[in-house]
Ligand binder design. Structure first.
Ligand SMILES: [Fe+2]
Length: 189
């Protein structure tokens, strides 16, 4: 283990001393591919309690609180506006429901699409090009190591972000849009 990646600290773990390794990198980011899986395999082999392993597993979710905070930090519009976070959550709910009944649908891409598809809006109207700007932002987040996606998933996310404002240009985005409309929610755009 390279010493500049971690520092060792002793902490009080419920009355017992415990040696912990604290990462020196404080910026949030996704674990390297297969890193988390290795940790989980080791935890299971060592008989670590299931709730603790569930906590580790949670770090593999596609959307974590720090990513939401990152996206919200430079959202240009009113957080209570019609295309703000409440809309993103409705899209997430509709999208995951649709994914559950769609063979080969990728729930991780759906969750990230819900979070990102409108994050680069400049106004609440038609705002031509906001899908392309969202796709560009998704590419940047991926370059910065903030998305837990492989190349195929990233391609799908970018296509869906770009296409979601143009009905019919992205099959996945259109399916999500149709469900949102048919369920009585506001549309995806
Ligand atoms: Fe949109």
């Amino acid at each position: 283990m390279r010493s500049n990646l971690y520092r060792k600290e002793m902490i009080d773990a419920g009355g017992a001393p415990a040696l912990v390794y604290v990462a020196s990198e404080e910026r949030p980011g996704q674990p390297r591919p297969s890193y988390l899986e290795g940790i989980l395999a080791g935890a299971e082999r060592l008989g670590i309690a299931a709730p603790y392993r569930d906590g580790i597993t949670a770090w593999g979710r596609p959307v974590l609180p720090w990513l939401v905070e990152h996206v919200l930090s430079d959202y240009a519009l009113d957080l209570n506006g019609i295309h703000g976070p409440a809309h993103w959550l409705r899209v997430r709910e509709n999208g995951l429901a649709l994914a559950a009944m769609t063979p080969d649908a990728d729930a991780a891409v759906v969750e990230l699409l819900a979070l990102l598809h409108d994050c680069r809006r400049w106004d609440e109207g038609r705002d031509i090009g906001h899908g392309e700007r969202a796709a560009k932002h998704a590419r940047q987040l991926a370059r910065d190591g903030l998305l837990r996606l492989d190349a195929a998933q990233l391609g799908l996310l970018i296509e869906a972000c770009t296409g979601h404002e143009h009905r019919g240009t992205s099959a996945d985005a259109e399916r999500v849009l149709d469900l949102a409309v048919s369920s009585g929610s506001r549309g995806l755009c």
